[in-house]
Design a binder for this molecule. Structure first.
Ligand code: NAD
Length: 306
């Protein structure tokens, strides 16, 4: 059965490397990178994400700025806060937690973030740079997924990759990164005909759909690597009445019998997302000051895309 890809351990290594670089920057250049996270409203999942982001930011030695605004905050106030953070020299990375309340235009908010502080990599400038092969800040979840592929497979050149899902935050940037790593890339989505057959071609399957356990074991080519980005909370009556559990977009039990390697949920892609966010903040902090980004990340990029 498949090798289980340990995202928790990989994320811990990455955070260790970030912490070392943060200490070095402080000693050699006298500054501490800062990450500002903006949360509007009371979405319970978002609150959990934001507090673990803040906690891990501090753990690697960076400064965390948390801005929690009430759900009815006018759009203009959110935009004004982002503008202030853009100007604040202590802030190297800005992350606005999505989803935003319905009365706020999230595109407008994301496009207000200064591209060189856009550690989520969602600004059109960064999206455009990634897709034209220029250096950019890269969305955290796809970047983390690429790092797991690198540690599992080494070079990805020439491999057949199928990404299921075409969202701006996961599917599309994931496809761009796989292309940059010289894979042959197919992006499948809700209108794809015969999704099982498309997936069966793949050496690498990335599932980012948001449907619990959609991708089955008999969709997987024997030996393929499966990256499950999905995080879905579902009822778990076996654990007791009213209990729930997290599952991915891949039917783990059947896929693990066929795949060569697979990420579990939880403990796969999830932990990588915050670790790469911290990495992006570090990289942004260096680049904004004209310093060479840390060798650790340069090496990862060279292995993946060089
Ligand atoms: P989304 O809803 O924005 O996009 C889903 C995509 O799946 C769409 O492009 C759609 O075309 C496609 N799709 C929908 N139904 C389909 C079907 N039946 N067959 C094939 N494709 C179909 O979702 P998203 O934001 O990209 O997130 C996807 C999943 O990843 C969710 O479970 C989300 O919770 C998870 N996620 C995890 C992390 C992480 O840190 N691990 C980060 C972001 C998102």
């Amino acid at each position: 059965s498949a090798k289980v890809i340990d995202g928790k351990a990989e994320a811990e290594r990455l955070r260790g490397a970030v912490a070392e670089e943060v200490a070095r920057l402080k000693a050699d250049h006298g500054f501490v990178p800062g990450l500002a996270v903006v949360l509007v409203g009371e979405d319970p999942a978002s609150k959990v994400y934001v507090s673990s982001k803040a906690k891990q930011t501090v753990e690697v030695g960076m400064t965390s700025y948390e801005h929690k605004l009430p759900a009815d905050t006018p759009e203009a106030d959110v935009l004004a806060l982002v503008e202030r953070l853009n100007q604040d020299p202590g802030v190297d990375g800005i992350l606005v937690q999505l989803p935003l309340p319905k009365h706020i235009d999230s595109t407008k908010v994301l496009e207000t973030i200064a591209p060189d502080k856009d550690v989520d990599g969602f600004h059109v400038v960064n999206v455009g740079k990634l897709s034209t092969g220029q250096w950019s800040l890269v969305p955290c979840t796809p970047y983390g997924s690429m790092m797991l592929l690198r540690s599992t497979l080494g070079k990805l050149s020439g491999l057949e990759a199928v990404v299921v899902g075409r969202s701006n935050i996961v599917g599309k940037p994931m496809a761009q990164l796989l292309l940059k790593a010289n894979c042959t890339v197919t992006v499948a989505h809700s209108r794809t005909k015969d999704l099982p057959a498309v997936c069966r071609r793949a050496d690498i399957v990335v599932a980012a759909v948001g449907i619990p356990e959609l991708v089955k074991g008999d969709w997987i080519k024997p030996g393929a690597t499966v990256i499950d980005v999905g995080i879905n909370r579902v009822p778990a009556p076996e654990k007791g009445e009213g209990k729930t559990k997290l599952v991915g977009d891949v039917d783990y039990a059947s896929a693990a019998k066929v795949a060569g390697a697979i990420t579990p949920v939880p403990g796969g892609v999830g932990p990588m997302t915050i670790a790469t966010l911290l990495g992006n903040t570090l990289i942004a902090a260096c680049r904004r000051r004209g310093l060479t980004p840390p060798t650790y990340f340069a090496q990862i990029d060279k292995d993946l895309f060089g």
